[in-house]
Design a protein around this ligand. Sequence first.
Ligand code: FEO
Length: 399
Amino acid sequence: MIEGGERMKARQIRPNIHWVGAIDWDRRLFDALVPLPDGTSYNAYLVQGSQKVALIDTVDPTMTGVLMAYLEDVPVIDYVIANHAEQDHSGSIPHVLAKYPEAKIVTTPKCRDLLMALLLVPQDRFITVTDGETLSLGDKTLEFIYAPWVHWPETMLTYAQEDRVLFPCDLFGSHLATTEMYVANEGQVYEAAKRYYAEIMMPFHTIIEKHLDKLSGYRIDVIAPSHGPMYDKPSFIMEAYRSWVFGPLKNMVVLPYVSMHGSTQKMVEYFVEALIERGITVRQFNLAVTDIGRLAIALVDAATIVLGSPTVLSGPHPVVAYAAILTNALRPKTKFASIIGSYGWGGRMVEQIKGLISNLKVELLEPVVTKGYPKDGDFAALDRLADEILTRHRQIKII
Ligand code: FEO
């Protein structure tokens, strides 16, 4: 544990641009919601121009000591660039301001208001910038690019013009603890970045479309996000984002479910076989044991979601309700949805799940619900639902 007072050597990206972040190997949950199987990092960057010095973002308050150790031998910071107000990047700002009493926070007006509310930073410590405004550090120029809703309303990106380094904060990030500065294992980072996109960015994919278009006008040599490794081949992550945001849906059914006494389990098993027979890929998630992040990844480009639930106290099983609420909040591009499951003596399981996914722009296909253990008529209904999905997937030309 670094308590402060120690020195750490900053890692150079370009001459006088250094990584001064913190790697959090042990964190396993973010926002008390998002699983972090591979930990994460909070990346901060020090940009030392010939006349002024800027720190771009800070680190999570649990790791302030790491950042301050990197800054031990930095006598002056003129500007703290706050791309985003969320505390995993802003939480150490008060410590930085205390060490550097002349430093100003440079940010958007919305981010200023949030930082004043969240961290109680006084108003006179701020300089606000407009979209496209630049800040000269002498031989280095920082340009600020407004990018609202990645993933809060106040967010901006910072572009170091002479060095062509983009600091996009959460955008393009991945929750991945690694000592590699740049992407070393593309498969591993692709998976982590897709998980991050699914959990954090997907609800705003129509806005991200516009940001990607805007960024296509910039020459970028390095993308330095606030989580995970940097990209020295920016096309890798830009193309991945384009495929997640703009790309076609896949001939795939995502099937989150849970079963208590085997009836819904039998329905799921039969239904999965029926889909496989029709050439449809399935991602099956038993919600009693699944990592909810893997469900989010599957939702990025699946054409159809089918929720499977028994009936509990007249409604859906609570873990299925949770998955439905989460899917509803993540707003995937999914076009079709249905519900399968079982009941003992009645209830409103189907109606309640429908109500929980009302944000999704989906066509709801006829649910299949059995009383008790499924019988021949229920299996026939599952075959009909599989046929309906096949027809819809053919209609949108993904099969
Ligand atoms: Fe990594 Fe939105 O904070």
